[in-house]
Design a protein around this ligand. Structure first.
Ligand code: CP
Length: 305
């Protein structure tokens, strides 16, 4: 794996390898990296969890984190994404973690960039590191993905979390369903009533409403959304025994989920955040180790050893 751009590019074997390494990190195993790599985090959209947990993960696997402040970078003077990343590469950066508002911004980096690119969210496209931490959380809970009923609820059309998880969970054998208002289903088949999914879901994955990606802010009412599509205390009581609640966060309390459920027994919302560090350590190690092996084999060929 040279980069991590979209869950569509990963095989099941690659996914399961990363989850195994995340588990090893949680159990206290050290990083397998044999040299110090330099990483920069380029966040052109706001982030609390992804940016901070990548920084933590980078330090935990022995990387140095080179500060990059997108809000004070030369991107504001019109520098392209390609020129920004090429510049960092020439300065000595080995890997960049990027979040940007354009879908598939990474396409312009596929030719001519040699440092590793890790997608931390592209517009309404994909969010692969969130997906891998979600998969890690689900596997820790159930030991498998095969046959699980996983219901993703909310703003499906604008959610990169929904798309990444749908791609990966289906490949891994889960039964993925979508519940959302009629206008928000995007390209997916969806149901529009909790009655169809509430009682047999093993995982209910709630999504934040991505107001910033809606073309026009229609007459959105938080209260009516919560009544119709929110996970209320009454609905939580009807969930299957052993079923869990997930949400990538940030959470809008009393919109997609009742305030009192955010830290209830079924909720894994803050566990997901914790798991994010292990998953991101595994992502960084896998990509940087892969490059290490490529360089070693390249050097061996040159030196004929
Ligand atoms: N889940 C997630 O991507 O959160 P942040 O926007 O805070 O990084």
């Amino acid at each position: 794996m040279k980069n991590l751009l979209s869950m569509e590019h990963l095989t099941n074997e690659e996914i399961l390898y990363i989850l195994d390494r995340a588990q090893a990190f949680e159990q206290g195993e050290p990083s397998q990296l044999t040299k110090t790599y330099h990483v920069a985090n380029l966040f052109f959209e706001p982030s609390t969890r992804t940016k901070t947990s990548f920084e933590m993960a980078e330090r935990q696997v022995g990387c140095t984190v080179i500060p990059f402040d997108a809000g004070f970078s030369s991107a504001l003077k019109g520098e392209t994404m390609y020129d920004t990343v090429k510049t960092l590469e020439m300065i000595g950066i080995d890997a960049v973690v990027i979040r940007a508002k354009e879908d598939e911004y990474y396409n312009e980096l596929l030719e001519g960039i040699n440092c590793a690119v890790i997608n931390a969210g592209d517009g309404a496209g994909q969010h692969p590191s969130q997906c891998l931490l979600d998969l890690y959380t689900i596997r820790k809970e159930f030991g498998t993905f095969e046959g699980l009923n996983i219901t993703i609820v909310g703003d499906i059309s604008h959610s990169r979390v929904a798309k990444s998880n749908a791609t990966a969970l289906k490949k891994l054998g889960a039964n993925v369903r979508f519940l959302c208002p009629k206008d928000w289903k995007g390209d997916f088949e969806a149901v529009h009533s909790w009655e169809e999914v509430l009682e047999d879901s093993d995982v209910i994955m709630l999504l934040r409403i991505q107001h910033e990606r809606h073309a026009i802010s229609k007459n959105f009412s938080k209260d009516s959304y919560h009544d119709e599509f929110g996970l209320t205390a009454a609905r939580e009581k009807r969930m299957k025994q052993g079923a869990i609640i997930m949400h990538p966060a940030p959470v809008n309390r009393d919109v997609e989920i009742a305030d009192e459920l955010v830290e209830c027994e079924r909720s894994r919302i803050f566990t997901q955040v914790r798991n994010g560090v292990y998953a991101r350590m595994a992502i960084l190690e896998t990509i940087l180790k892969g490059r290490e092996q490529t360089w070693q084999s390249h050097t061996s060929k040159i030196l004929n050893v």
